[in-house]
Design a protein around this ligand. Structure first.
Ligand code: CP3
Length: 344
């Protein structure tokens, strides 16, 4: 089936469908026993990301189990910093640890944009394998972190509650901060274009910490780098839709699609669907935004919230998703409950 005929791509192009296409952030993840088994065979999380056999397998697992309308390639937003020369490890139960970039000297040690393909080659191979193995109606999503969110990890060397280290560099050494954002932006452009050339039919930019940017800086660091990525990807591949996810953007969600040129905006859990239908969906496709906690609790509350979300977005183009990733404590059976509530 041509990409343009898949339900996911039709919704992203603005078509209002009787039943929205559906997939879930982190759909290949620890809530699935079959993921945990492959993860154990692979050894570390990074060994899983860089092994195309294993990465393709876990990408396909949720498609086999649930028949989602889209698969998202199994990788991580922190592979780009690693490809730029950062040391990266994942500490079991604690999350990522990276070497830090907090000065012009640290920045000078990063590698050039052209070198990222040396590290990221296995990701392109995973994309090729998944593209060849998916059911004909399933769309394939490639992704990267948005530059601000990637920079927060490169600067702090780990996740932080308020992105304080990144904001400190932004205010304290604008020149280095801007150079870092530009390097990540350029690397992200070539990375996404290679994913598309390997078979990705949609790309998504995860700006998980957009909400930590002060309002005065949102345009410069959550909008402008994304606008530049969208323009470059579109010039190379005009038919490939781009989804933007400025998580926590609040009022800055309004206008984000026009300002960046993204084809669709992914809404976090906090966004009121009735407001978003009026202010955002009237202009472009929206994706979201069921509270992932429902996937842990299930029951009537899950069914009610799923149906309310579908109903609120029923008059415009919509891709059903959670408002953030499904968590390791989710019950896989609740995904079936959600799908029945959407598809009948
Ligand atoms: O199924 C999918 O969504 C595709 C794969 C995917 C992963 N990470 C796999 C993963 C995607 C799209 C991501 C994006 C990602 N990675 C983001 C943006 C989205 C978001 O969640 O806000 C961020 C911020 C990261 C960075 C990252 N990766 C952190 C902070 C952690 C540790 C926290 C945790 O959940 O353990 C990861 C690890 C990670 N990435 C896991 C998975 C399945 C869990 C690790 C494991 O299996 O041991």
């Amino acid at each position: 089936m041509a990409a343009a005929d898949k339900l996911m791509i039709r919704a992203l192009a603005g078509e209002v469908l009787p039943v929205p296409p559906v997939w879930m952030m982190r759909q290949a993840g620890r809530y699935l026993p079959e993921y945990r088994a492959v993860r154990a065979d692979a050894g570390s999380f990074l060994d899983l990301c860089y092994n195309p056999d294993f990465a393709a397998e876990v990408t396909l697992q949720p498609i086999r189990r649930y028949g989602f309308d889209a698969a998202i390639i199994f990788a991580d937003i922190l592979l780009v910093p690693q490809a730029l020369g950062a040391d990266l490890t994942f500490v079991q139960g604690e999350g990522p640890r990276l070497s830090t970039v907090t000065s012009a000297e640290d920045f000078a040690r990063l590698g050039p944009v052209e070198a990222v393909h040396d590290t990221l080659g296995p990701v392109y191979e995973t994309v090729r394998r998944v593209a060849g193995a998916l059911p004909k109606e399933t769309a394939l999503i490639g992704f990267a972190g948005a530059p601000w969110t990637v920079a927060t990890y490169m600067i702090a060397g780990r996740g932080t509650p308020d992105q304080g280290p990144a904001r400190r560099l932004m205010y304290g050494d604008r020149t280095t901060f801007d150079a870092l954002i530009d390097r990540i932006t350029d690397a992200t452009i070539v990375y996404l274009i290679k994913q598309i050339e390997a078979g990705a039919e949609v790309v998504k930019l995860f700006d998980s910490w957009a909400g930590a940017l002060p309002g005065l800086e949102f345009g410069r660091y959550a909008v402008e780098p994304v606008r530049r990525i969208v323009a470059a990807v579109r010039e190379a591949h005009p038919a490939v839709p781009v989804i933007g996810f400025p998580r926590g953007a609040g009022g800055n969600y309004a206008g984000f699609a026009e300002q960046t040129g993204v084809n669709a905006v992914a809404l976090d859990t906090s966004v009121d669907p009735v407001w978003a239908a009026r202010e955002i969906q009237s202009k472009c496709c929206v994706q979201g935004n069921l509270d992932p906690l429902h996937m842990v609790l299930g029951g009537e509350a899950l069914v009610t919230a799923t149906k309310q979300t579908v109903e609120a977005f029923s008059a415009g183009p919509h891709v059903f998703n959670l408002g953030h990733g499904i968590t390791p404590d989710a019950d896989p059976a609740n995904v079936d409950v959600m799908l029945r509530a959407i598809r009948g």
